[in-house]
Design a protein around this ligand. Structure first.
Ligand code: ATP
Ligand code: MG
Length: 585
């Protein structure tokens, strides 16, 4: 509860005024039948030749009009404050979840899956919003009506009210059934919505792959399964409602019938006033209606509880990567020397095999450092430890002699420009995308970075140049162009450490050579780490690290490695032989 107070407190006036307005409405609702009975009573006097008074009727009618107006005001106020409170509640909650997700590490996100996070942020928050809205409008109104009508009917005729002693327990029994059977089914349904969203999310993210492999049918089958599951779960939940509502109606009708029967008898035999009899009928209906409403409230509550649980999971997720214990928060990366000290790492903490084991070497400041190795050998994993995309399990990664965990995350990542292997652009202009590197960069700096990455030429040929729009995920530029934009983005940061993870794989060799040349001239002082599949991309680096299955297989210059690293020699032979064959053939 304490957690939710945070979202209630700023809007407490709405949270209080909403239910108060509803009380006004409910008071009116309880009084109306009484007024009605008063008029009928007067008319009866008149008909019976008594001394009915028209002034009295007009007076009561005026009172009824006034009550109706007050009820309207109460209704509008209740709806207004209810909407205000619940929408604000949801909006603040969404913001907090979003902020929390921004702090998530890759590992945290891996654990939840992207689409599940989206469902929680949207659908689950909406469930809570509906719940809060309904709660504010029904919370006092329904019990108020129940109690008010109950009191009125007991006042009118305790004997007839006794009929309720039979029907109310029956209705409560049904309520219990909803709690016991309905709740778990709604929770299950929410889980299935998650699964469906996962399927759709993955399909849409990878739609290009789906189309190129003509896997639409397979995807439709997958969707069909998820959709079918959701259908079953929804039907199971609905089935509860299917039974509940007609049974409730039956109980209501039987109760009304009983009241009419016994009440009618009393009117005929004991002279029970007809106006009290009609008023009582209305009150009985009100009582039964409010009980039905409470059942509905329980339904919404059960969905809200399931959603609240899923939201709390996100808000309470332990961040496995933060800089709260950083010892040197003010320190910035100055030289760019990187040391791996006996580093061990695994993605799945309970798996016996390490992805990286006993990695121990130093990259000097300002050095151009190549990393090669077979696919899956751990190259991307190794460099992702430098800006703390993941944390080491054993050993240490140090920059300028200080453990990366002792920098503030902002300062650490500020000093590092990284082009990820799976690079991405955003829906924005070319310039907007480049400015991720430096928001305040001048136009000259922007073009300089693009030129260095050999991107300036093709940007100028795009319609709009630097103002041209990039589509989601960079869909409207080629693979090589995307890579060059990503390099320019990283260069604009003027980082002390530049990491290129297979970032020129889609760029032709001549252009790649030009990019490397500009690194040498314009990034002289920065440490440059280049991961590549092509030996030619790293051949002239100061030193090259050879990774094999998560272990260091060699470290040295191209010539040194050729002389004494069999793994490196093998890669070279394969690539150069392949080339010769291609040339000969
Ligand atoms: N997010 C992840 N979760 C779990 N395992 C992962 C993850 N990323 C990589 N791995 C595993 O870690 C190992 C090393 O992967 P890594 O991406 O570092 O290889 P790589 O050398 O960069 O390969 P490539 O040349 O294909 O890019 C692989 O066995 C891979 O399956
Ligand atoms: Mg990789």
């Amino acid at each position: 509860m304490k957690r939710w107070m945070k979202y209630i407190r700023p809007y407490r006036s709405a949270f209080i005024l909403g239910p108060l307005c509803m009380i006004v409405e409910v008071l009116g609702e309880v009084l109306m039948p009484k007024f009605y009975a008063m008029i009928v009573g007067n008319v009866k006097l008149e008909l019976g030749g008594g001394r009915g008074s028209i002034a009295y009727v007009v007076g009561v009618a005026a009172l009824m009009v006034l009550t109706a107006l007050l009820m309207m005001a109460g209704g509008i106020g209740g709806a207004y404050f209810g909407a205000k409170a619940s929408v604000n509640f949801a909006s603040d909650l969404r913001m907090d979840i979003y902020k929390k997700i921004q702090k998530f590490s890759f590992a945290n996100i891996d654990r939840f899956q992207t689409s599940s996070l989206i469902t929680r942020l949207t659908n689950d928050v909406t469930q809570l919003q509906n719940f809060v809205n309904m709660l504010l409008r029904m919370f006092l109104r329904t019990p108020g009506m129940l109690i008010g009508a109950l009191v009125m009917s007991i006042l009118i005729s305790p004997q007839l009210a006794l009929i309720l002693a039979v029907s109310i327990p029956l209705l409560l029994l049904l309520l219990l059934f909803v709690v016991k059977v309905g709740f778990p089914r709604f929770t299950a349904m929410q889980g299935k919505i998650d699964a469906l969203n996962n399927t759709v999310g993955e399909n849409l993210t990878n739609i290009r792959v789906v189309k190129s492999f003509v896997r639409e049918d397979h995807e439709i089958d997958k969707f069909n399964v998820a959709n079918g599951d959701l259908k079953e779960a929804a039907l199971a939940a609905m089935n509860v409602m299917i039974f509940i509502q007609p049974i409730m109606m039956l109980i209501m009708n039987l109760t009304t019938l009983a009241v009419i029967f016994f009440g009618g008898r009393m009117v005929v035999l004991d002279g029970f006033p007809i106006e009290d009899f009609t008023a009582l009928l209305t009150y009985i209906t009100q009582i039964l209606m409010s009980l039905m409403m409470i059942t509905m409230l329980f339904m919404v509550t059960s969905r809200a509880i399931a959603s609240a649980g899923r939201i709390t999971e996100v808000l309470d997720e332990k961040l496995d990567l933060d800089d709260e214990n950083a010892k040197e928060k003010d320190r910035r990366v100055t030289r760019g020397e990187i040391e791996f000290r006996h580093v061990g790492f695994r993605y799945y903490k309970n798996s016996p095999d390490e992805v990286l084991s006993d990695i121990d070497f130093t990259i000097h400041a300002g050095e151009t450092f190549g990393i090669v190795g077979g696919t899956g050998s751990g190259k991307s994993t190794l460099v992702s430890l430098i800006p703390r995309l993941y944390d080491v399990d054993g050993g240490q990664v140090c920059i300028d002699g200080v453990d990366v965990r002792d920098y503030s995350l902002a300062h650490l990542r500020d000093g590092i420009g990284m082009v990820l292997q799976k690079n991405l652009l955003f829906c924005d202009t070319v310039e907007g995308n480049l400015r991720w590197g430096d928001e305040t960069a001048s136009a000259e700096a922007l073009t300089a970075a693009a030129e260095a990455a050999q991107a300036d030429n093709f940007i100028r040929t795009m319609a709009g140049g630097y103002a041209a729009d990039i589509e989601r995920g960079g869909a409207n530029v080629s693979g090589g162009q995307k890579q060059r934009l990503c390099i320019a983005r990283a260069l604009l940061k003027r980082p002390k450490i530049l990491i290129l993870d297979d970032s020129t794989s889609a760029v032709d060799t001549a252009t790649e050579a030009k990019i490397r040349e500009t690194f040498r001239t314009s990034l002289k002082d920065s440490t440059k780490i280049i991961i590549a599949q092509r030996i030619t991309s790293v051949m002239d680096a100061d030193r090259i690290l050879v990774l094999d299955d998560g272990k260091i297989a060699g470290l040295g210059t191209h010539d040194e490695l050729l002389a004494n690293c069999p793994a490196y020699k093998e890669i070279c032979t394969l690539q150069f032989e392949g080339k010769e064959e291609a040339q000969n053939g």
